[in-house]
Design a protein around this ligand. Sequence first.
Ligand code: FES
Length: 226
Amino acid sequence: MQEVNLVNVYIMGKKYAVPDSLTIMDAMEHAGYELKRGCGCRAGFCGACSTVYRLGDGHELYVGLACQTKVEPEMYLAQLPFYPARKAYYDLEEIRPSVADFAVLYPEVFKCLGCNSCTKVCPQDLNVMQYVAYLQRGDFTSAANESFDCLMCGLCVSRCPVNIVHYQAAILGRRLHSRYLVPAAGHLQQRIKEVEEGKWDEKVEELIKADTSQLKEMYNQREIEK
Ligand code: FES
C-alpha cells in the first residue's frame, strides 16, 4: 500500500492534517468542508476558486487556484469567494473601439504606475501589465490576444495600487475586438440567414422533443468538421 504523507494546513484558522498529494480544494473536502461555492470547473478554467495563503511564519502572501495548487506544509488558507470590483455598464452597439470611448468606461486604466503587481499575482501567468498597456493605446486586438486566457478570478485587482479592474477592462477590449475589428465570419452570416428563414425549424423541433438517450445518439452521430 502506498504510504500517505500528511502535512498540516490551516483552513480558516483551524489546523488539519491532510495528504500532501491533494490540491487545496481536495484538502478542504478531506477536512470535511462541503464546497457549495467557490468552486466551479475544478480544472483551472473558471476562476471561481481564488485562494490566498501564507506559509508558516513567513509574511509573504501567496495566491493560487484552489483546484490546481497542491497543499504545502504549514499553509494558512483563506478562500476568496468574490473580489469586489467595479464593472462598467455599456451597450456595445453605442461605443466604438477608440481610446476615447474606452477611457470613459475605465479611466483608471490610464493611471497604471507600471509596478507589475498584477502580472506577478496572475495564477494564469498572463502578462497583465502588458495588456493594460495595449488597452491604453487602443490596441484592442493585442489586448484581446494577451488576455485571452483570463479566468476573471480578480486576483490582479486585489494587488493594484491604483484600483484598475484589469479583467473587466480586458473583457471590454475583447468585446471591442470581436465586435468591430475581426471581419464577420461568412459561414455564420449564412447560418443566421437560414435560421431566420426557418430552414432549421423542423430540426430544432426534433431536438426539443428528443429524450436523453436520443440526444446522446444524435450527439455521437453528429458530423464533425475536419
Ligand atoms: S474551480 Fe474553476 S478554476 Fe478552480
